[in-house]
Write a protein that binds this ligand. Structure first.
Ligand code: SF4
Length: 407
């Protein structure tokens, strides 16, 4: 059995107006935090001790605010106490302005020196071989969100478009060949032309993976307050749908596979870590606010408080999922992916009656072409070797379809 490890790094230099993730600007706590995190990594080493670690994901917050030394400390601890596969995918989320080379406006990509490479966070600085210092970051996920400077300022991102482009090129110059970027569409006032320009830039940069999300207005964020006060306006549903359709089309033209509702990748470059969430595989999450799942029916959520986390013992809540909750999750996760819901998995986990129910509930959507039944691996004896997936034209109404199929 394999597992993934998620490491939460709850520091941000400033807060973006749309974000409701758990993070703090108390960056000076980083070293103390990493010590506490490593204690959690060690204390929980028996939880999935039978599983090999296939992916490690540093998310946040802003993991790239940690120094290479602190990142190395975490990686070394994981390697010391867990069975990490030799070719594990190790992802680091970065903000473009944390990359040392992009902070210098006078340096073009031609002027990157080997000294620069050695001082760079990540690849030259992180451990790569043998002994206690094994494993290295081999994938970067850059939080770019937009290449439009006015929109970036509006949502209080700290970087501008030129910095983002410089960061991608700097990463490529030091040999990073697995780069994902995040974009947001439907930003207040964003036009189709601006979105089209974002896509032009994104696909011109030789990236391997793109995650693109519709802006959401989360309760308690500054952005939501601005909207409620009438200071900004949401884009229309119609424009948001058009932006999404254009995204899908441009990604396809660029040779990207649309493998999950919001995720696109060149062949072989899907995020292994995120895919394991959608497949219902077990994972361990370390840090305040991080979630874990045992792959059966128990979820653990560390409480999102840095002070409590540092004081210890780590406060957390456990949730034991019912059969109905597990089933609903299998439906939701399956329909998010281009592979769809594996019908044999539904039958195996929940019984033949549930499978019949599912097919019954899916029928109107199948007839209307909103759902598709793939028989790629259909054997003579088993119709349940097939997958039920969303038609691309139905992705924008996926929530309605999912709720029709759920228990
Ligand atoms: S979007 Fe990222 S950088 Fe901005 S506040 Fe949220 S976690 Fe921090």
């Amino acid at each position: 059995m394999t597992t993934g490890i998620y490491v939460h790094v709850p520091f941000c230099r400033s807060r973006c107006v749309y974000c409701d993730f758990f993070s703090t600007t108390r960056e000076e706590m980083a070293a103390t935090y990493v010590d506490a995190l490593c204690r959690e990594v060690i204390a929980r080493r028996h939880e999935l001790s039978h599983a090999r670690v296939r992916t490690i994901y540093f998310g946040g917050g802003t993991p790239s605010l940690l120094s290479p030394t602190l990142l190395r400390q975490i990686l070394n601890t994981i390697h010391q106490y867990y069975d990490v596969e030799a070719d594990a995918e190790v992802t680091l989320e970065m903000n473009p302005d944390d990359w040392p080379l992009s902070n210098s406006p006078h340096r073009g990509e031609d002027s990157i020196t080997s000294e620069d490479k050695n001082e760079s966070i990540g690849f030259a600085a992180l451990p790569t071989t043998g002994g206690a210092e094994r494993g290295s970051v081999n994938r970067v996920s850059l939080g770019i969100q937009s290449f439009d400077d006015a929109l970036l300022r509006l949502v209080r991102r700290r970087h501008d478009s030129a910095t983002a482009i410089r960061a991608i090129k700097a990463l490529q110059a030091v040999g990073v060949d697995n780069i994902s970027i995040d974009l947001i569409y439907g930003l207040p006032g964003q036009t189709m032309t601006q979105w089209e320009r974002d896509l032009d830039t994104a696909f011109s940069l030789n990236i391997q993976h793109l995650s693109a999300y519709a802006l959401s207005y989360e309760p308690g964020t500054l952005l939501t307050r601005w909207r409620d006060e009438g200071r900004i306006q949401e884009v229309t549903e119609e424009l948001s749908v058009k932006m999404y359709e254009r995204l899908c089309q441009r990604a396809r033209e660029a040779g990207f596979e649309h493998y999950e509702i919001s995720n696109f990748a060149l062949p072989g470059r899907h995020s292994r870590h995120n895919s394991s969430y959608w497949q219902g595989l077990p994972y361990l999450g370390f840090g305040p606010g991080a979630h874990s799942y045992d792959g059966l029916r128990t979820r653990r959520a560390n409480r999102p408080s840095l002070d409590d986390y540092l004081r210890g013992p780590i406060p957390y809540d456990l949730e034991v999922l019912t059969d109905d909750e597990l089933y609903d999750e299998a439906i939701m996760c399956g329909l998010r992916t281009s592979r769809g819901i594996a019908l044999h998995d539904i039958e195996h986990r929940f019984g033949p009656d549930r499978l019949l129910d599912l097919i019954h509930m899916a029928e109107p959507h199948l007839s209307a072409g909103r759902l598709i039944l793939d028989h790629a691996s259909l054997s003579a004896s088993s119709s349940s070797a097939s997958h039920l997936r969303l038609a691309e034209s139905a992705i924008m109404i996926s929530d309605d379809i999912m709720s029709d199929l759920m228990s």
